[in-house]
Design a protein around this ligand. Structure first.
Ligand SMILES: [Mn+2]
Length: 315
């Protein structure tokens, strides 16, 4: 069985249709299908794009007809949290993802295209229920898929707490929404990427002018070692970081036992591998870039030739 691992769609249903058709999938009985391949979606189906519900319908129909597998991205996690009453503040109308105040406005803005299509409808509930059925990762016999970072310790911590097939339970949703809870850290690490604390006294100002003492890193990059080289941030801010080695215990080393596919990182340019067994398939379809897939045919060493690009850049 060949797998086509598809990047973050972010409501760009037209790009998704073009990509699937370009790879030989055809719409039959309501679901895109291929005679001898399956699609795997790396998460982030919603937010930003013009066809939120259509994207959901395409992906769900493929999953339910066994033409695709799909995992949870941080945008689906946020959507569930937005829609779930906080048991500690339900009487005050609080939700797991804040809807009020400055944070609430920021959260609503990020979610606005999705809310514009579904807010207050029965369909909204239905979509959230379906998001809760999505696993946080796939560990198939031949390959792995996770939205942002394959991290053995976080995975081992969550596994015994999860529902069948690596899904988030309501209880886990609550813990994953409480900063300081180990479940929060694990879910955030897996779906948003690995964050490391800067060494003593180092801090930088983020794009909103807030002081930050943690940075997200390119966890897959085994050739770089310092905060400055590993940090994921605009070059100008990055150059202010110390050329000090990130401690080995703060970084996962990928065990290389099989290929792992990720999304999430808003890559640009021509698709490249992150390692011989690591490939990111997110090329910013949600921000004007193309939707990208990796067409996997059983190889244990990945090849740049197997990236498939469709539907971009935006006109
Ligand atoms: Mn993401």
């Amino acid at each position: 069985m060949g797998y086509d691992i598809i990047g973050d769609v972010h409501g760009q249903a037209s790009k998704l249709e073009a990509l699937l058709e370009g790879m030989g999938y055809r719409l039959k009985a309501g679901a895109f299908q291929h005679p001898h391949r399956k699609a795997i979606f790396v998460g982030d189906y919603i937010d930003r794009g013009p066809r939120q519900v259509d994207t959901y319908r395409i992906v769900r129909a493929m999953v339910e007809s066994q033409n695709a597998l799909a995992i949870l991205g941080n945008h689906e996690f946020n959507a569930i949290a937005w829609h779930t009453a906080d048991p500690a503040g339900a009487a005050q109308g609080h939700f797991l993802r804040p809807r009020h105040g400055e944070t609430g406005s920021k959260n609503r803005l990020q979610h606005q295209h999705f809310l514009a299509e579904v807010e207050g409808t029965r369909l909204h509930d239905e979509i959230i229920e379906w998001f809760l059925t999505l696993p946080l990762w796939l560990d198939l016999p031949e390959l792995r898929v996770i939205h942002a970072c394959w991290h053995d310790d976080y995975i081992s911590e969550l596994k015994p707490l999860m529902g069948p097939s690596q899904t988030l339970t309501r209880e886990l949703m609550v813990r994953a929404s409480r900063q300081g809870d180990s479940v929060f850290q694990a879910v955030e690490g897996l779906t948003k990427g690995l964050e490391v604390a800067l060494p003593d006294r180092h801090a930088f100002l983020d794009k909103d002018g807030h002081e930050r003492r943690n940075v997200r890193i390119r966890w897959w990059d085994e050739n770089s070692h310092s905060y400055r080289d590993l940090a994921l941030m605009p070059d100008e801010a990055r150059m202010s970081l110390p050329k000090v080695t990130v401690p080995a215990q703060s970084r996962p080393t990928y065990d290389q036992c099989k290929p792992v596919f990720i999304g999430h990182y808003w890559m640009q340019g021509k698709p490249v591998l992150q390692g011989s067994k690591i490939a990111c398939v997110d090329y910013s379809a949600g921000k004007g870039g193309p939707l990208v897939a990796y067409r996997w045919d059983g190889e244990s060493e990945l090849s740049t030739k197997n990236f498939f690009v469709a539907g971009g850049p935006d006109a």
